[in-house]
Design a protein around this ligand. Structure first.
Ligand code: DGT
Length: 228
């Protein structure tokens, strides 16, 4: 499904058209597999989420701290997520097509929103982060031509999460994934919450690996020709 709420921008470099795709989806929705598929089969630039930085900034682990005590460490993590995602967005492009795992938008509209709405982020922390975010998107160009949304059920993500057994994520309950899911659906499917900065391509992502690879193959052209 290709929705039409586009404000997609073109990035021009000389005469060459460049396009930027954001890959969005719940935790453990299969973004890594999707990125791997496209990086192996096309000449594109892939930017993964800087999770290793969130797990180790000068010897500290803000991701782990946030899961242990979100009220205390939510602002710390989200400030760093905002910085590191912005750093990704403004990197000069090294190929005509860039596929990027998540965005500064989902960090704010999904994860910060979730912390705040669930009562785990104090109002003052939310206000400061929101002002930072608004300043960034007003003053810094953050191009995007297409959002690919891997749509999963929270239950599927929960099963995958248990399988991969990442230390920090052992404390994540199903309810957390359900909240993230609803925020994504309200944003990208129902257009009920926040601005959607590009058209959205929805890929059902509850399937096994074989079927997922088949779907990526089927949607390949649509995704790689995002700027046309
Ligand atoms: P995949 O391939 O779809 O399983 O994706 P992963 O595992 O490479 O990445 P993902 O989305 O599960 O994110 C890694 C961890 O970082 C996960 O525990 C969720 C967390 N995370 C990502 N962005 C944010 C954020 O902005 N705020 C918070 N609180 N957590 C975040």
């Amino acid at each position: 499904m290709l929705s039409s709420s586009s404000q997609g921008k073109l990035v021009r470099n000389g005469d060459e058209k460049k396009s930027v795709i954001w890959l969005e989806g719940n935790i453990a929705s299969g973004k890594t597999t999707c990125l791997e598929y496209f990086s192996k089969t096309s000449d594109i630039e892939v930017l993964t989420e800087p999770v290793s930085k969130w797990r180790n900034v000068q010897g500290c682990n803000p991701l782990g701290l946030m899961y242990q005590d979100p009220s205390r460490w939510g602002l710390t993590l989200q400030t760093y997520v905002q910085l590191t995602m912005l750093d990704r967005h403004v990197l000069p492009m090294s190929a005509p097509v860039r596929m990027m795992e998540r965005s500064i938008y989902s960090a704010k509209y999904i994860f910060v929103e979730n912390l705040y709405k669930s009562g785990k982020m104090p109002e003052v922390d939310f206000a400061v982060l929101s002002e930072w975010f608004e300043w960034i998107i007003k003053n810094i160009a953050i191009p995007v031509d297409l959002i690919v949304y891997l749509q999963t059920s929270p239950q599927t993500c929960y099963e995958r999460l248990k399988q991969r057994c990442r230390e920090e994520e052992k404390v994540i309950p199903l309810e957390y994934l359900e909240s993230i899911h609803h925020l994504y659906e309200d944003w990208l499917i129902h257009h009920k919450s926040f601005e959607v900065p590009a058209p959205v391509l929805v890929i059902p992502a509850d399937h096994d690996l074989k079927k997922m690879l088949h779907q990526y193959e089927e949607n390949r052209e649509k995704i790689l020709m995002a700027h046309c």
